[in-house]
Design a protein around this ligand. Structure first.
Ligand SMILES: [Ca+2]
Length: 471
């Protein structure tokens, strides 16, 4: 386990610049600050606040020998985004893309046919939606307990058990202190594959490590459902480095592999995803004890943290395995660059060296570069963005037409987006579901009963909704 210790602050500008150059990261000093992602529905756009200056962050000396400082770009204040961010006026004509707005960046282009704006296909499945509760407060992660109950995190710091009849428990006791601000707080929750026997859960949250700094952490605990409490709570992993600010682009999604190891997303928090000796902008792979998982690609490499699995991510809010056991993620990109990625060992997903779209300020990112040798292309990107959160592959029995479909929660897009993949992992059609709800969808999961469950994103009045075929 890493201790989030603060190292000595090194403030030499020359040294910072050398460090960034070494990481291929010089341009953020020249580029405008990255934007915050869309605010929760409860936080309406306010007048833009003054933009803060970039800050220098130091990686703890316990893990870093060289290039230990980097510059973190401030997040733009909520409400400062520009461009066409209205609710999409979708075009539902079979064979045509659903998106009719112009691309955000006129010079952008897909790297291969079908990488964006896949044709609409109506699967013709009538849906029944059942609201189990509409009294959740900024829920973020959803899981199914074996007895038909639900386990839900709320960003403000509460873990709750929702009964099938919609009644909601008091906050489960024993959750550690959570730093809640903007897009961060108590984030995803996951059940141990042997939960029925060991009642163990894992959860990700923004942890206040002192009165100023905070970082993404993963804890494990034993859940006593009857007692509505956690015991044996242990923080097993702390992303490095912790620092002040950065309440956007934080990741916090967990997916547990069949072997019981955890993949966890850690967002870039304004640093870009390329700084090697940090967990920021990475997907990490750890054991149930929080140690680097055996076989990780960067074990023993100087300057790389051993828990890192993949790099170059921005703000990964969806993470799931497909039926073949392959790992996929969705991430919030810049304006016009939200992504669906197939996540593979040691690969670099590009941010912010290459990306589709442009900065929320309207500025080009790295000159508008969209491709580079050695960096992965997203399997799909949304332009304009849908702000994807939550990702699932349909593998239940209630919707046989949707076997292996990709289900993506859209927050800004206010939809459950269903994508069909070809055998070579290209998106061949797109069908926006639940658009009549006009709700920001935060998480999506397929239940053990084959129904699809989504949670929405409001404060106090967010819903847990069950989706089944309409008979
Ligand atoms: Ca990317």
């Amino acid at each position: 386990m890493h201790k989030a210790r603060r190292g000595r602050v090194q403030t030499s500008l020359l040294r910072q610049f050398a460090a960034l150059l070494a990481c291929g990261m010089a341009f953020p000093l020249l580029a405008p600050p990255a934007a915050a992602q869309p605010a929760p529905a409860a936080a309406p756009a306010a007048a833009p606040a003054p933009t803060a200056a970039p800050t220098v962050v130091t990686v703890p000396s316990s893990v870093c020998a060289v290039n230990c400082t980097f510059t973190r770009r401030p997040n733009q204040p909520v409400g400062s985004t520009q461009g066409d961010l209205s609710f999409p006026n979708l075009r539902l004509i079979p064979g045509q893309p659903i998106e009719i707005r112009d691309p955000e960046l006129a010079t952008d282009h897909p790297a291969f046919p079908g990488q964006t704006r896949a044709p609409y296909r109506a699967s013709g499945v009538a849906l029944q939606t059942t609201i189990i509760t509409d009294r959740l407060d900024l829920p973020w992660g959803l899981q199914f307990l074996p007895d038909g109950k639900f386990l839900v995190t709320e960003k403000t710091g509460a873990l709750r058990i929702v009964n099938a009849d919609g009644t909601i428990s008091a906050p489960v006791s024993g959750v550690p202190a959570v730093y809640y601000s903007g897009q961060v707080g108590l984030l995803d929750v996951a059940l141990d594959p042997k939960f029925r026997a060991n009642h163990r859960i894992f959860f990700a949250f923004m942890e206040p490590v002192n009165d100023k700094d905070h970082g993404i952490a993963v804890a494990r605990a034993t859940l006593d459902e009857a007692g509505n409490s956690l015991s044996d709570v242990q923080v097993i992993f702390r992303a490095l480095p912790a620092f002040a600010g950065g309440a956007a682009n934080d990741g916090g999604r967990i997916a547990i592999a069949k072997d019981g190891t955890l993949f966890v997303t850690v967002g870039e928090r304004g640093t870009g995803g390329q700084v090697p000796n940090t967990d920021l902008g990475k997907i990490i792979h750890i054991t149930a004890d929080g140690k680097a998982a055996p076989g990780n690609p960067f074990i023993g490499k100087v300057g790389m943290l051993p828990e890192i699995w993949s790099i170059g991510h921005r703000s990964e809010e969806g993470l799931a395995f497909d039926a073949r056991g392959r790992l996929w993620e969705t991430e919030h990109g810049p304006r016009g660059g939200d992504e669906l990625n197939l996540v593979e060992r040691a690969k670099n997903y590009g941010w912010p060296v290459i990306t589709h779209g442009k900065d929320y300020s309207g500025a080009l990112i790295n000159g508008g570069k969209t491709e580079q040798e050695g960096m992965e292309q997203p399997r799909y990107y949304w332009d304009p963005v849908i702000a994807p959160s939550g990702l699932a592959f349909y593998n239940g029995k209630l919707f046989p037409q949707w076997k292996d479909s990709v289900l993506v929660g859209g927050m800004r897009g206010q939809m459950l987006d269903r994508l069909t993949l070809s055998k070579d992992d290209k998106v061949v059609d797109e069908e926006p579901l639940l658009i009549d709800l006009k709700k920001r969808i935060r998480d999506v999961r397929v239940g053990p009963d084959g129904a699809i469950y989504v949670i929405t994103d409001e404060a106090k009045t967010a819903s847990l909704i069950k989706v089944t075929p309409k008979n």
